[in-house]
Write a protein that binds this ligand. Structure first.
Ligand SMILES: Cc1ncc(COP(=O)(O)O)c(C=O)c1O
Length: 351
């Protein structure tokens, strides 16, 4: 705290990202990164871009990338917004599409950045409790609201909401923007982008940090009605005209164009997840059904915080949240097979 801080800064409660440890020997299963590298085509495209053109600003609209995303999903590029990670895209959405008198709704257990954005932009919100099996029940969102947002699959639970339920929610809330945050959808969900032409109030966000293994590049996107996209462009052009650098534009576009590599690595992560779920269950864990690149698990006889500390002593890091309803759970990222094995070996000594 300093006397130079504005009252606004004094009152902020910032998001705390998962630890990025300096020790490279750790088995890092705490921030849902992809154990497989990015597409070789993405790397090659970025290497080719590493030249004298870096003296020039990038395309402020990232058209090359927007077109690659539009082609991938069969939409128009006017329906696509791109930004510096989906966190930035989400920030613009909160700023531009949720600032209304009524509360924003999101689940009680969800991505913990949402309340932080509400604090940053002064947006009132109410949380809606997940059901007893940690699932979103769309009927519970039938109350006055200034917008709705949830990840699908949800984070940190991994539970998936079917598209048919999302469509019911959109129809019940025609005057609110409904944002489906699909950070993890490629690991077992179906994208709601197929619904954007029918629902002008739907905005879908995605990231290249997880299924496309480019967390270090910082690229995220939103797809929706051109008028929703225009609101985001207005915010972006009032904040930072060039959120994506030259490397990010070509690397992300090439990642979208390399469908075969993407599909193969997603399949590998899904297969590892199914194997890991079986092994955790054999150790006595209850594991929520996951459609993501992580699992959310609790052990009836072991304290989760103690387990996380015990794992850490053995060089394995997972994520533990202190929120009351989920404090007995661990969120475990699906790693490469040898990382998952190291986790199971370490847990076997603790359970
Ligand atoms: C649900 C959810 N949304 C969005 C993000 C942000 O992703 P990024 O900013 O890396 O694109 C994350 C990251 O963990 C997430 O879990």
């Amino acid at each position: 705290m300093s006397k130079f801080w504005s009252p606004f800064v004094k009152n902020l409660v910032p998001y705390v990202p998962g630890e990025q440890p300096k020790l490279s020997k750790l088995v890092k299963l705490n921030t849902n990164e992809n154990p497989y590298g990015p597409s070789p085509r993405a790397i090659a495209a970025m290497q080719a871009e590493l030249n004298d053109s870096l003296r020039l600003y990038p395309d402020p609209n990232g058209e090359r990338l927007k077109q690659a995303i539009a082609d991938y999903y069969g939409v128009q590029s006017s329906q696509v917004f791109v930004g510096n990670g989906s966190d930035e895209v989400l920030a613009h959405i909160f700023h531009g599409l949720f600032q209304h008198g009524r509360p924003l709704l999101f689940p009680d257990v969800t991505y913990s950045f949402y309340p932080v954005y509400c604090g940053l932009y002064g947006i009132p919100f109410e949380t809606v409790a997940l059901d007893e099996r940690f699932r979103i029940r769309v009927e519970d969102y039938a109350r006055p609201n200034g917008g709705i947002i949830f990840p699908n699959p949800n984070a940190p639970t991994g539970c998936l909401l079917p598209l048919e339920a999302i469509e019911r929610l959109l129809e019940a809330n025609p005057d609110s923007v409904v944002v489906v945050d699909e950070a993890y959808v490629d690991f077992g969900g179906e994208t709601a982008i197929t619904l954007v032409d029918r629902h002008a109030n739907l905005l879908v966000t995605q990231t290249l940090s997880k299924s496309r293994s480019l967390a270090g590049l910082r690229v995220g996107l939103a797809v929706g009605h051109p008028e929703l996209i225009e609101a985001l462009e207005r915010i972006k052009n009032s904040f930072n005209s060039y959120p994506l650098d030259r490397m990010a534009i070509v690397g992300a576009a090439a990642a979208f164009e390399d469908r075969a590599y993407f599909e193969q690595t997603c399949r590998q992560v899904i297969a590892s997840r199914e194997q890991l779920v079986g092994e955790l269950q054999r150790l006595g864990f209850e594991v929520l059904p996951s459609a993501a690149n992580f699992v959310f698990a609790r052990h009836p006889g072991r304290d989760a915080e103690g387990l996380a500390a015990g794992l850490r002593e053995q060089g394995v890091i997972v994520r533990h949240f202190k929120q009351e309803r989920i404090r007995q759970f661990l969120r475990i990222t699906i790693g490469a097979p040898e990382q998952n094995q190291a986790l199971i070996d370490a847990l076997a000594g603790l359970c």
